[in-house]
Design a protein around this ligand. Structure first.
Ligand code: UD1
Length: 430
């Protein structure tokens, strides 16, 4: 297993180009199953998760062609025919979002057998809302031995679906199925995340009519057939926010390009409150901090446009050195503070009580061996390592590789002392 070694203390100065959004790319890739024509996705991030989903799609009958096009990395996905509607446990278990192939398979072929994703390190994360939405669209669903067996022999039909609470995945899944349903679908209490707007934009290019994405009410006019399209993946707001926090933590001046500041406004106001300066630019933002101690600021995670749960670990890392006590409340997922004990190994003072973490800022963190526990938590440890005295060694970086493209290269280009140590599999904690 690879590890990442960071020697803390260097300020960050430079430019970081932001990649396409992982959370959008994987739903757009699933959308390619809806048509027998090629879907060309540009501004594609190259990540373990996108590679992984590519492998699953290949088993279902999709050709996946990755290349470097004029607008950066692109992937052309083409499914002339669905050769299998079966997504096995081994593949869905490794990446939860693989479950999102269920709706497109069902909509296109009338049948699907997809493994339930199973447990996950950030809480129970059930898929009941996904399944209820598909049932409302006319699917007959049975659960046996960890698999979802879904049938819609006469096709799906439009429906009114009111989500009992907001779910990003269920909203997207309902959209992915409803576009090929007969008639109109109205989704209420939908998630408003930018990745949902991105998916709607792509589906519209493919010939359907999705209105209202980015608001709680989404209207979808189903069509009998979708065509191919070319679509550029929206910038990754979580990667953007992560580097913004890294710059605020390490100090210096970092320009983030190929992104949009408004996607992370709820984070940026907190970074400003904490004492760093943020300049919103045409193609992203610049974060500056020159000396002075950060101030403690409270944050509460929420659905978009609230403070993103996927930036909570990074912000907690930032607060470990702030002056005062910061209260961080996690409202989206249960059990999403697994990074706190790892930050404590670096000298952070954090007390967890239910959904609340109290972070008392300390004067200095000290490098230590730590372990990544999930995708976003692991990058919080890297951020802490940027300022910890001495060397921080982050293990289990496969979590990081799922969602951050060339992380050590991007930080290294701004002056961070960071390097990847290729694992030989011996003497490590795995
Ligand atoms: C997506 C993102 C993830 C982000 C999260 C919240 C992807 C691949 N992942 O995850 O990075 O942290 O949004 O912004 O896009 N829930 C249920 N039943 C369901 C579905 C969800 O109880 O059927 C619960 C979840 O356990 C969680 C909450 O609803 O507590 C929100 O989850 P959801 O918005 O669905 O997150 P994901 O789509 O899984």
């Amino acid at each position: 297993m690879d590890r990442i070694a960071i020697t803390g203390g260097a300020r960050l100065n430079g430019v970081i180009p932001i990649s396409g959004a992982k959370n959008s790319a994987i739903k757009l890739m699933a959308a390619s199953l809806l048509t027998d024509e090629p879907l060309r996705l540009t501004n594609m991030p190259r990540l373990a998760d996108t590679k992984f989903l590519g492998k699953l799609l290949q088993r279902l009958g999709t050709s996946v062609d990755e290349k470097d096009g004029p607008d950066g990395a692109e992937t052309v996905l083409h499914t002339p025919e669905v050769v299998s509607s079966f997504a096995p446990y081994d593949l869905v278990r490794q990446m939860r979002a693989s479950f999102n192939v269920l709706g497109p398979l069902l909509a296109r072929t009338g049948t699907a057998k997809v493994s339930l994703p199973g447990g996950c390190t950030i809480g129970a994360r059930p898929v009941d809302l996904h399944l209820k939405a598909l049932e409302a669209l006319g699917a007959v669903i049975d659960l046996h031995e960890g698999y979802v067996y879904a049938q819609a022999p006469r096709g799906l039909r439009g429906a009114e679906i009111a989500f009992p609470f907001v779910s990003v995945g269920a909203t997207e899944h309902a959209m992915l199925a409803a576009v090929l349903a007969k008639g109109d679908t109205v989704l209420t209490n939908s998630a408003c995340e930018p990745e949902i707007e991105d998916l709607a934009e792509c589906l519209n290019k493919m010939g359907t009519k999705v209105e209202g994405a980015g608001t709680p009410t989404i209207r979808i006019t189903g069509v009998a057939r979708l065509n191919g399209a070319t679509h550029s993946v929206i910038p990754d707001r979580i990667e953007t926010g992560t580097f913004a926090v890294a710059a605020a933590m390490a100090g210096g001046e970092v320009r983030l390009t190929n992104t949009r500041a408004h996607l992370i406004e709820s984070l940026l106001v907190k970074i400003e409150e904490a004492g760093a300066s943020v300049e919103r630019t045409n193609d992203g933002l610049i974060v500056r901090r020159n000396g002075g101690r950060l101030k403690a600021v409270d944050v509460t995670t929420d659905v978009y446009p609230g403070f993103a749960t996927d930036l909570q670990a990074q912000f907690m890392a930032l607060m470990t050195l702030a002056d005062g006590e910061s209260v961080i409340t996690e409202n989206v997922f249960e059990n999403r503070f697994m990074h706190a004990p790892e930050l404590a190994r670096l000298g952070a003072d954090i007390t967890i009580s239910g959904r609340e973490a109290r972070v008392k800022g300390v004067e200095q963190l000290t490098g230590a061996q730590v372990m990544a526990t999930d995708l976003r938590a692991s990058v919080g440890l890297v951020i802490a390592g940027l300022v910890a005295k001495g060397e921080t060694m982050v293990g289990r970086v496969y979590h990081l590789d799922r969602g951050f493209e060339r992380l050590e290269e991007k930080l290294g280009a701004c002056g961070a002392n960071i390097r990847r140590i290729k694992g030989d599999g011996e003497g490590e904690e795995e």
